[in-house]
Design a protein. Structure first.
Length: 301
């Protein structure tokens, strides 16, 4: 919607309706990159039916729990002229205790033999902040690696459950650490702080790419990966795509640096598309050569 202004009547120049949410965006990215994936969660009402239908149409395997409430819709207004992005999220449904228990049972079933489980997005109303943390602990006891991408108190508590990887964006990480990040030293300290809280590996997405901490044997290494400059159409869901591409590269046995390069390039490629989680893998491949990766070392004094 060019030249978007509050309090004015506008006509959209383009639009897309798409099943979305952080977890679905990650699943869509993994599916596009050829990684077997199953999406699950809570859906309800006509919106929930549309989510399942859309994912099935995209050949993304899914197995959701039906709830009485209506799944929320979110509206993103992208103004390419002004370079702004406005998001309007509905309040979302309340979830009953028995519905949540059904989801837990489904998770126990679906995660049998899983290589990795990603918990992504905010929690619904009436769900305790420690939900991700408790499920993560249960799955970790079964030796199932956990990836966590959320915010606020669920993020803090989830990290204490010692997930394999935690992937907040910069704003979420700043809220967790309690300060803004301005330079590489701030990011390096933040990576260490989050790792000390319990995360084995850390991936913080930023406007230009990401920073990461990875443990190799007993050594922790820290990197910054910067994407090449592109003319973005929409950045909605680009961080989710970045995470999905990183996990896909890891699944393929690529090194951490190769995985970062692929992840940042794929996240950048997704900004050419309207609709979260969508990208052209060939475009991502072409962008990889322009990704700059540097290692973050402590400042010497």
């Amino acid at each position: 919607m060019p030249n978007f202004q509050r309090g004015q009547r506008h006509r959209a120049s383009d639009g897309v309706t798409l099943a979305g949410g952080k977890g679905i965006n990650v699943a869509r990215a993994l599916k596009t990159l050829g990684v077997p994936v199953v999406a699950t969660g809570l859906v309800g009402g006509t919106t929930g039916t549309r989510i399942v239908e859309e994912l099935t149409k995209e050949a993304i395997l899914n197995d959701f729990v039906r709830i009485d409430g209506e799944s929320r819709t979110s509206t993103a207004v992208v103004d390419i002229t002004g370079g702004t992005y406005t998001e309007i999220n509905e309040w979302g449904p309340a979830v009953q205790a028995e519905e949540l228990e059904t989801l837990l049972e489904k998770l126990r079933y679906l995660t049998q033999g899983a290589e990795l489980v990603v918990f992504a997005g905010s929690l619904p109303r009436d769900v305790a902040d420690d939900f991700y943390a408790e499920v993560a602990r249960e799955l970790t006891r079964r030796h199932v690696p956990i990836v966590l991408d959320t915010e606020g108190e669920p993020l803090r508590l989830g990290i204490e459950a010692e997930p394999f990887l935690v992937s907040p964006n910069q704003t979420e990480a700043e809220g967790l650490v309690g300060q803004e990040f301005h330079d590489d030293e701030d990011f390096r300290v933040a990576l260490d702080h989050i790792a000390e809280m319990g995360a084995r590996n850390v991936l913080i997405t930023t406007e230009t790419g990401c920073v990461s901490l990875v443990r190799e044997d007993r050594e922790a290494r820290r990197f910054r990966a910067v994407a090449p400059r592109v003319e973005a159409v929409s950045t909605v869901g680009s961080g989710d795509v970045l995470l999905g591409a990183y996990l896909a590269a890891q699944h393929a046995g690529r090194t951490h640096e190769e995985s970062l390069r692929a992840a940042v390039a794929t996240g950048a490629a997704s900004t050419f598309e309207l609709g979260a989680g969508r990208f052209d893998p060939r475009q991502a491949g072409r962008l990889q050569a322009g990704v700059v990766i540097t290692e973050l070392n402590p400042v010497e004094v």
